[in-house]
Write a protein that binds this ligand. Structure first.
Ligand code: 86X
Ligand code: MG
Length: 485
């Protein structure tokens, strides 16, 4: 069966589940919140990883792999680090029929796994900076509605954990990594994001401050954290006794960062670009950028047509373009068009007897359906230009849709109105946590409460005398508010 049963603008949740399955990214699994990531998803993950890993290697990050398991007493090391998270920790309590002496946790994140060894490895300033990154899975036994890529009980991520002698070095790296996350979203996934700082209430409790890139899903009117880069300050140095002897022979505590992005990024891309024909892939993350399909005609020379298709694929591959041939005999061209549209392949090339005779190929764009006939000799240049055009068009279109959802407000009534209109709200705020808590309390409901998403680095000017939309006190900053994933 082909085609979508649900429409994006009518049944977003069902549409999304259908797209990730029909495009062969996801297979549902018999444990709730767990999903099988199939090649069409893993190849995207690998393309993102290729970029990010190369970039952090330039920053001198070293690859590590720490154990999946952490003992109870180490995990509990610091109450406030894991307060509130305890219910989502998964525990191993038995092996075979026998109970383990002490339960062992499966890592939900790796601070407590790594930092005792950072303490052991770091003695002198010569051991700094320490730059550790691992690509792995983590488990968080969440109970809120599981969603493929977006919220799952196991997910893939990279987690960077770095250690510096000075706060200045840490502060600088936090922003370098955040810029890489922006690039992942805007340059690869074609998803617009805002860089900003989390509030004291929303930040990572164990850290000093949290920065993030924030996306927005217009269909649900919800913000979504794309990736996060924390400065941990010296909090974990204190917890885990990570100190070093500086040049003057004094013992000092280190400054640390930690940062991550996850397979959630793939789900954000699906939600942003998908349409009622299925997935729409940005070329820079498309496992197949061009699918070439022979269009045989009753007595036409099918061998010649197939030959033309094969040489087109070869020529494109030689130019570094990810092209493939769909020469399956048991499917009609029309069926193939629908299937590759469902999988979101950016370009389709059709070659039939007429095209062969005219020494041309027909190219069809997935993003806007445009068809163009081009001379076979120009195929590499034209395909390259079209792929760049699609990449840019997807980002621009997504930016316009997101910007159309932004509502700048100044009063409580306007805030509630915008919230009900599924807007991304930009509001003047007094920056008091009590007020943030109060807004959460006053907007509680089945759709979830409103919260601060981030305080964007790029601040509009705040006229003197502007008051906080919720408290009426003098506003200190503009912040993004809204419901979120
Ligand atoms: O976000 C990152 C970047 C990469 C490394 N980690 C930090 C903070 C992670 C917060 N966090 C997030 N979720 C958690 C869930 C848990 F069950 C426990 Cl015990 C702890 C946490 C927890 O600390
Ligand atoms: Mg969580």
């Amino acid at each position: 069966k082909l085609g979508m049963a649900f429409k994006k603008d009518e049944n977003f949740g069902e549409w999304y589940s259908e797209v990730v399955v029909n495009s062969e990214m996801i297979e549902y699994y018999d444990i709730s919140g767990c999903y099988i990531l199939r090649p069409w998803a893993m190849e995207i993950w690998e393309l993102l990883k290729e970029f990010f890993d190369a970039e952090i290697k330039k920053l001198k990050l070293k690859p590590y792999y720490f154990p999946l398991f952490v003992t109870e007493n180490v995990l509990q090391k610091e109450k406030d680090h894991i307060e509130g998270f305890a219910p989502e920790v998964a525990w191993v309590t038995k092996s075979g029929k026998s109970d383990l002496e002490a339960p062992i946790a499966i890592r939900p994140t790796s601070e407590t796994v790594m930092y005792p060894y950072f303490s052991k490895w770091i003695r002198s300033h010569r051991d700094l900076p320490l730059k550790c990154n691992q690509w792995c899975n983590v488990v968080r036994w969440e109970f809120s509605n599981p969603t493929p890529f977006i919220r799952s009980r196991e997910f893939l991520w990279q987690e960077g954990h770095t250690v510096f002698a000075t706060k200045e070095e840490a502060d600088e790296e936090v922003l370098q990594i955040l810029e890489l996350y922006r690039r992942i979203y805007e340059e690869f996934l074609a998803v617009p994001v805002y860089k900003g700082r989390k509030s004291e209430m929303e930040k990572f409790a164990g850290g000093l401050y949290t920065t993030s890139v924030e996306a927005f899903i217009p269909n649900t009117g919800r913000g979504i954290q794309g990736a996060t880069s924390h400065c941990l300050g010296q909090n974990f140095a204190k917890m885990f006794d990570i100190t070093f002897e500086n040049e003057k022979g004094e013992r000092s505590m280190v400054w640390q960062n930690s940062w991550a992005y996850t397979t959630r990024s793939i789900g954000v891309m699906v939600m942003t670009h998908g349409d009622d024909k299925g997935l729409v892939l940005p070329p820079r993350v498309a496992p197949i950028q061009v699918i070439v399909i022979p269009v045989p005609f009753k007595d036409a020379d099918t061998t010649a047509i197939k030959g033309a298709c094969e040489s087109t694929v070869y020529t494109l591959n030689q130019a570094g373009i990810r092209a493939d041939l769909d020469a399956r005999e048991n499917y009609s061209p029309g069926w193939k068009y629908s299937q590759w549209e469902m999988k979101g392949v950016p370009l389709r090339i059709e070659i039939g007897p007429k095209d062969l005779a005219n020494k041309q190929v027909r190219i069809v764009r997935r993003d806007n359906g445009a068809k163009v006939d081009i001379p076979s000799t120009d195929v590499v240049e034209q395909v390259g230009a079209l792929l760049e055009g699609i990449q840019a068009n997807l980002l621009e279109t997504a930016k316009q849709k997101r910007d159309a959802c932004i509502k700048t407000i100044s009063t409580w009534d306007e805030f509630i109105g915008a919230l009900n209109d599924k807007k991304l709200i930009l509001a003047p705020w007094c920056d008091e946590e009590e007020v943030e808590k109060d807004v959460k309390a006053r907007t509680k409901g089945e759709l979830g409460a409103a919260k601060t998403l981030c305080t964007p680095f790029d601040q509009p000017d705040l006229p003197a005398g502007t008051v906080c939309f919720a408290s009426g006190k003098p506003a200190q900053k503009w912040s993004f508010w809204g419901r979120s994933y």
